[in-house]
Design a protein around this ligand. Structure first.
Ligand SMILES: *Cc1c(COP(=O)(O)O)cnc(C)c1O
Length: 448
């Protein structure tokens, strides 16, 4: 251990970690980053194939984003956002308006994904209350869902790993069996099904829609569940069902937004709009904590009245609309256009998937390599034909993660699912290198 590591472990409690693991694997002290690479204080290089928890969009220390932040820093770092505003937030809102799904045009700023989700839940609840439906107090969500770590967000999250112990603290939500395309109970495949599994949603709506204000989903990609991917048809059907039953549809696009799925937003694949959309992660290119809950005029107008009616949305976060975050967001939008980021990422996405298939598709422990946009998930299984997984006590993903670190790849797994979710600027040489390092790490642990 170097002295930085000792000083870190003396007082710092890292997120989502059993700190005892750090005795064996101390925190890697990163000195600087450039593009898709991170460099530690000993000069080791790591390809950041997970975009530093899915937020880095256009590379570390991107010169254009850096310049934008530096310029903003010399005029305004932050200002109270109630009754005050500033140019970067107005410009960013106008730019985002051009790209978000149709109908979404009211922007409520916060400072992290979980907060944006909390905001969406409160917004939906209060909307129903103020439009004559005080009986609609509950939320629906999919099994295997993840929406953040605060109490409301955990309540609509359904992954035991994060939520189970807090159950007595959580809201009683209505859980709908999510699609499971890898192990489809109907024997169908993602590419040619009619979303037979949607029957679970229909049943829950029949039973509970009258008491439900909103349904929240991670569109197309259930990230924390192990990058589970389901078809756009499911969202189309959900939109229709929500309309039929007067239930609001909340899109948690925190992980999927800004080109991760090959289109700007995952909902774009389904060609429908949600009533409320949460964005964060890629919004600032992974530079600053910022999030937005975006909604329609219809919802906004239900809050709009004389002050003494008490219908205002009394929700706030100190750092709402932070100008430095907005400066990053503006630079990101500019780069997307100028550098054709989406189109290039689509080309590289095809390359990445086909090369991964070539290198790892036949490995006896690779159950599936599923993909959407540049995101590729490798689900490791004990047996390919039965799709039986490895026991979680084995911590197989973690063992491969440790190997990958020694080979210069940051491959933080989700259980026994390894995934690539790289910055959109990754090029084909870098893809080759990442795949090689990943494959060798898998072979180190599981053999060829
Ligand atoms: C990361 C994430 C969140 C939570 O965002 P934080 O900024 O970590 O609070 C919520 N929903 C989804 C889908 C996410 O991927």
């Amino acid at each position: 251990m170097n002295t930085w590591q000792e000083r870190d472990l003396a007082h710092i409690w890292h997120p989502c970690s059993q700190m005892k693991d750090y005795e064996e694997l101390p925190p890697i002290v990163i000195d600087h980053g450039k593009g898709i690479y991170l460099y530690d204080v000993d000069g080791n290089e790591y390809i950041d194939i997970v975009s530093s928890w899915w937020c880095n969009l256009l590379g570390h220390c991107n010169p254009k984003i850096n310049e934008s932040v530096k310029n903003q820093l010399d005029s305004l770092e932050h200002v109270i956002f109630a009754n005050f505003t500033h140019k970067p937030v107005i410009e960013l809102t106008e730019k985002l308006l051009e790209i978000v799904p149709k109908g979404l045009n009211r922007f409520n700023f916060s400072d992290n994904g979980s907060s944006a989700v909390e905001c969406s839940l409160k917004m939906a609840f209060q909307y129903c209350y103020q439009t004559g439906h005080p009986e609609k107090t509950r939320f629906m969500c999919l099994s295997d869902g993840y929406h953040g770590e605060t109490i409301g967000a955990l309540s609509v999250g359904t992954l035991d790993l994060y939520a189970k112990i807090y159950n007595p603290m959580l809201m009683d939500t209505i859980r709908i069996q999510a699609p499971d395309c890898f192990r489809c109970p109907y024997g169908k495949s993602r590419e040619c099904c009619s979303c037979e599994c949607f029957e679970h949603a229909v049943k829950s709506f029949e039973e509970h829609a009258h008491e439900t204000c909103a349904m929240i989903v991670e569109p197309l990609l259930q990230g924390s569940a192990g990058m589970k991917i389901y078809p756009p048809l499911y969202l189309k059907k959900l939109r229709k069902l929500c309309d039929e039953y007067n239930v609001l549809l909340i899109a948690d696009e925190i992980a999927t937004g800004f080109g991760r799925t090959g289109k700007m937003f995952a909902f774009d694949h389904a060609e429908v709009s949600p009533d409320i959309m949460c964005i964060s992660k890629g919004l600032t290119g992974g530079y600053m904590p910022m999030a937005i809950t975006i909604t329609t005029d219809q919802i906004y107008n239900a809050f709009y009245d004389d002050y003494n009616k008490g219908t205002a949305f009394m929700h706030s976060h100190t750092y709402s609309g932070n100008p430095l975050g907005c400066a990053c967001g503006l630079a990101v939008q500019k780069i997307f256009k100028e550098d054709n980021i989406l189109q290039n990422a689509q080309i590289n996405a095809e390359y990445l998937h086909s090369e991964l298939l070539k290198r790892l598709g036949k490995h006896e422990n690779v159950g599936e390599i599923r993909h959407i946009g540049l995101i590729n998930a490798i689900e490791l299984v004990k047996d390919r034909s039965s799709k039986e997984g490895f026991p979680s006590e084995m911590r197989l993903g973690y063992e491969i993660y440790k190997k990958a670190l020694t080979r210069g790849l940051l491959l933080r797994p989700l259980g026994n699912v390894l995934y690539f979710n790289p910055p959109l600027i990754i090029d084909s040489n870098e893809i080759d290198m990442a795949i090689d390092r990943c494959a060798k790490s898998i072979e180190d642990v599981l053999g060829k």
